[in-house]
Design a protein around this ligand. Structure first.
Ligand SMILES: Nc1ncnc2c1ncn2[C@@H]1O[C@H](COP(=O)(O)OP(=O)(O)OP(=O)(O)O)[C@@H](O)[C@H]1O
Ligand SMILES: [Mg+2]
Length: 593
């Protein structure tokens, strides 16, 4: 019922189109009925010798005229109704995309791309069929049946008509049960397709891992299993249809046979004329289609209903992160950040990922966050971006609670280099200019030079027009990372977050990027997350996270003097660097010998 209401809001929008379509349908059906009448009249006229050849020609011409109207009408009903259905399909699809964009990142952890894609494609197709061809079938079948039945009663014989109609009623009643069964089976079949799509999507994005671990055969076996399940579920739908449809044929055939025998008898005893008997047979053959259509209609409606429920389930999930009623749209953020007793537990976790984080970062300062992996660094910046919900009174930007700042303002004022450096399958130019409205080459160049990627890009044969492969695989890890930095720098936002963004570049490039950042980011806030002390030693404030808690805070020198874990990390990394240098020198010496 809920799904029906959901659908109705779309159908209402196109009510005139549907009305026009149904009206044309009605006219065409009416025209269809004229043909048997005319042929009946010709036959009766010829047998009784009441019409001459000229009249016959006129009747034949009128049959041609009726045929032309039917043909034009058929075009228009398709135009009106199929057009409306396609439009509704497009609107639901747009609505679904729009709705999904509002969902939190958590939602996408739980719902895989393959499943969502199945809903976008195959489920929506099933819905479209239910509101397009099926609407035609329903109206056509009902109108046609009613008209034919009335004609049969009035023009031919009531008793004969009743005999022809009884099996139809039986068929309609039993098809309600069939519809319910079909809906259940189709839902299962769509679920199986969804999980197969998930599997395919994940396998191909992880193709490198599969190949590197030589798991092709195992993956294929797992895929075959998913595919087999999908086939079985699909077959259960087809089997049901395969049993019901021929059964319908048999019933229809039997009913035609009975009416034929009884009609023949009535014609023999003279209760109806030969012309009427011929017309009656044409009418009976006209009823075959609506009866078959009834089966098809129930199939499509049940499948559309099952798919509609799956689509509505997407719409029913409410976004967890949204603007509260009185959020502020700040013109420009200065960049002061404050964490007050910030504690955060990930959904499904029992222990907090971050506990009691207290820190004030004045606008224009550089904050560095360092800590072992899994210590909550990315979680902290994701909270700042409001990708997860923090409680009120815990995170402030320019002294305003981020829960009171609109998501648009907040995110427009933060440039972000995510840890996974995701790039779209598009040109490098479009990727770098992703966060801004215009793709001014001068600005793009400025950003790429600062991110030390410009020289690499112009070395590519296609330069800035180079298409980045799916998930940016044609670029090296370091190139991807620097493109992602350039994309963030393009935004020139008051706050810049680099989440482990220099991990894949060598120390020389790292130094150049940091130098450029210092110049570019004067007076603006920058947050640097890193594992290497070389990346962060010049930051104004360094926060050492340990088990989700602040262990130490201060400048590099202060922390060294502190003799705490920062100093330990520093010494260890220095030792490693020294060892590396010695190894390199040794290699050189050996080569020189
Ligand atoms: N969406 C999530 N749901 C549940 N737990 C999560 C989620 N994201 C991260 N975690 C957990 O939170 C902890 C902190 O993760 P986070 O990504 O913030 O670490 P990190 O400090 O950035 O690590 P790294 O240095 O490896 O990037 C980890 O234990 C991780 O398993
Ligand atoms: Mg991280």
């Amino acid at each position: 019922m809920q799904s029906f209401k959901f659908m109705l809001q779309y159908l209402k929008k196109y009510k005139y189109r549907y009305f026009a379509g149904v009206l044309t349908l009605f006219i065409v059906d009416f025209m269809n009925l004229l043909v048997p009448k005319i042929t009946g009249t010709i036959i009766d006229g010829l047998t009784l010798n009441t019409i001459n050849m000229n009249k016959v020609y006129i009747y034949i011409l009128s049959i041609i005229g009726v045929g032309a109207v039917i043909a034009i009408g058929r075009f228009f009903w398709r135009f009106f109704i199929f057009g409306a259905a396609r439009n509704i399909e497009k609107e639901i699809r747009n609505g679904m995309f729009n709705h999904l964009e509002k969902m939190s990142v958590e939602y996408f952890n739980e719902h895989k791309a393959g499943d969502l894609m199945t809903r976008f494609l195959s489920d929506l197709t099933a819905v479209r069929k239910a509101i397009g061809p099926t609407v035609i079938s329903i109206f056509d079948a009902t109108v046609m049946t009613l008209m034919v039945v009335v004609q049969m009663m009035v023009y031919v014989n009531i008793k004969l008509t009743l005999i022809a109609v009884i099996p139809m009623i039986l068929i309609c009643v039993s098809e309600i049960y069939y519809g319910k069964l079909m809906e259940k089976r189709f839902k299962q079949s769509q679920e199986a397709i969804s999980s197969m799509a998930d599997f395919v999507q994940e396998s191909f994005s992880g193709v490198r891992v599969i190949k590197a671990f030589v798991r092709e055969r195992e993956e294929f076996k797992r895929f075959s299993k998913a595919n087999l399940l999908s086939k079985e579920k699909n077959l259960s739908v087809v089997k049901l249809q395969a049993v019901v449809m021929p059964l319908l044929d048999v019933i229809i055939g039997l009913s035609s046979l009975i009416t034929l025998v009884y009609g023949g008898y009535l014609a023999l005893i003279g209760e109806i004329t030969l012309g009427k008997f011929v017309a009656f047979n044409q009418y009976v053959s006209m009823l075959v289609w609506p009866m078959l259509a009834c089966g098809e209609t129930i199939t499509m409606l049940s499948q559309g209903g099952a798919s509609l429920k799956r689509i509505k389930a997407v719409f029913d999930e409410k976004p967890e992160i949204f603007d509260k009623e009185n959020v502020e749209n700040l013109e420009k953020i200065k960049g002061k950040i404050e964490f007050k007793n910030l504690t955060f537990i990930h959904r499904g976790d029992s222990e907090p990922t971050l506990s009691n984080i207290n820190l004030k970062v004045e606008a224009g300062t550089t904050l560095a966050i360092i800590g072992k992996t899994g210590n909550g660094k990315s979680t902290l910046v994701n909270l700042l971006l409001h990708l997860y919900n923090a409680n009120d009174g815990m995170i402030f930007i320019d002294d305003k609670d981020i829960n009171n700042i609109s998501l648009k303002t907040l995110r427009e004022n933060i440039a972000y280099v995510p840890q996974d450096n995701f790039l779209f399958s598009n040109t490098l130019k479009s990727n770098i200019a992703f966060g801004v409205e215009n793709e001014e080459m001068e600005r793009i160049k400025k950003a790429t030079i600062a991110a030390c990627i410009h020289d690499n890009i112009i070395d590519f044969p296609e330069g800035y027009e180079t298409i980045v492969g799916e998930r940016g695989v044609t670029l090296s890890g370091g190139q991807k990372q620097r493109s992602s930095i350039a994309r963030a720098l393009m935004k020139d936002a008051p706050i810049l977050i680099l989440d482990d963004a220099l991990s894949a570049v060598d120390t020389n490039t790292e130094e150049s990027i940091l130098k450029n950042l210092k110049e570019n980011r004067k007076g603006k806030t920058t947050i640097l997350i890193a594992h290497r002390i070389s990346t962060i030693k010049n930051a104004d404030i360094i926060m050492v996270l340990d088990n989700g808690k602040i262990r130490e805070v201060g400048s590099h020198n202060e922390l060294i003097n502190n003799n705490g874990i920062y100093k330990d990390m520093f010494e260890k990394q220095q030792l490693e660097e020294a060892l590396e240098k010695r190894e390199k020198n040794l290699d050189k010496d050996i080569n020189n010998i």
